[in-house]
Ligand binder design. Sequence first.
Ligand SMILES: [Zn+2]
Ligand SMILES: [Zn+2]
Length: 141
Amino acid sequence: MPPLKQLLRDHHLRHTTARQEVFAALQSAERPLFIHQIVNLCPLSNRTSVYRTLNLFATLGIIETITSGWKSRYELAGPFKPHHHHLHCTACHQLIQLDIPILEETIKSFADSHEYMLTGHHIELTGLCKKCQLSLSQGRD
Ligand SMILES: [Zn+2]
Ligand SMILES: [Zn+2]
């Protein structure tokens, strides 16, 4: 049984077309997706169902929301995708995936020392990529 179906069943939720489509779209994506990209990848679901599904998935911890300014991008959360963080360029909005084992260990031992059961964390590194630093120093846009 696919993990999504099991998880929905545990919450007494149906495995609807929109839920399957949104999940498949996020699963096949190599990068976090904007909502219009998700809508395009879900031809059998209307925009409203896609929005509702994203809200549900966020509540259930199936997806992570990455906010940059007023735009949001979505990606699958653990256990559906390996946990990672991003470097986010605030000029061109390029995202680079970061996997920092020492950061994860530090967070975990910090939580342990407070006898805290950790359910998640959000760390986003923002700045300018090399290309944008160059174009800034050359006075272009
Ligand atoms: Zn950039
Ligand atoms: Zn982490």
